[in-house]
Design a protein. Structure first.
Length: 202
């Protein structure tokens, strides 16, 4: 039987419509979890971050033996700083941010919708009705843990994955349940609701 987290249920309640009831509610698992997207993000971030640091050191004259420790201001020093910071965020900063944002993210399956609520800098809510979910994809990690996604987009990485490139827990691109417990049971719940909705006449 699925476990409903009371803190998540409390956060989801204000979003419910008349006749809607929560069948499951939870938060993402705390801590660091590797996902399939990290297979691309980690190498990319290392290349980006390494090149940005190499560029900045070059502009600072570290590799110029004739500089003899002298310092000359260059506009390219300023220009390279955002790229260095972005590289550091992708290499390690995003894991700290994910730990922070997970504590403020709440998921729910109701008899009508899948819902994600996020209380970060502002409160954001996104949902899809069960009978109009474009897809249902399960990505199992280890044991009973994993993620559910409700949208298929083979070109997502090419387009930068929207806001998910910088923050995979962003709810701006639609609900997805990342790093959840009981992933098989939640998957079966949503699949059964989709089947029932498909059999129900309009």
């Amino acid at each position: 039987m699925l476990t409903t987290d009371q803190a998540a249920l409390q956060e989801i309640q204000p979003e419910l419509t008349a006749g809607e009831r929560v069948l499951w509610a939870a938060q993402p698992r705390p801590g660091f979890v590797l996902r399939s997207s990290d297979g691309i993000k980690i190498p990319f971030s290392l290349v980006w971050g390494g090149f940005a640091i190499f560029w900045e050191l070059g502009v600072l004259g570290v590799f110029n033996k004739s500089s003899h420790g002298t310092f000359h201001f260059d506009i390219f020093m300023i220009w390279g700083i955002p790229f260095v910071l972005a590289g550091q965020y992708m290499i390690w900063g995003r894991f700290l941010f994910e730990s922070w944002i997970k504590k403020r993210t709440f998921y729910a399956v109701t008899n009508l919708r899948v819902i994600a609520v996020q209380n970060s800098f502002t409160r954001r809510t996104t949902s899809n009705y069960i009978d109009s979910l474009p897809a249902l994809t399960k990505e199992a990690s280890s044991g009973r843990h994993g993620s559910l996604k409700f949208r298929e987009d083979p070109n997502a990485w090419i387009r930068g994955q929207g806001s998910a490139f910088w923050n995979e827990f962003s709810v701006l691109d639609g609900p997805r349940f990342l790093d959840i417990d009981e992933v098989d049971s939640v998957y079966n719940l949503v699949a059964e609701l989709r089947k029932t909705a498909a059999r129900t006449p309009d």
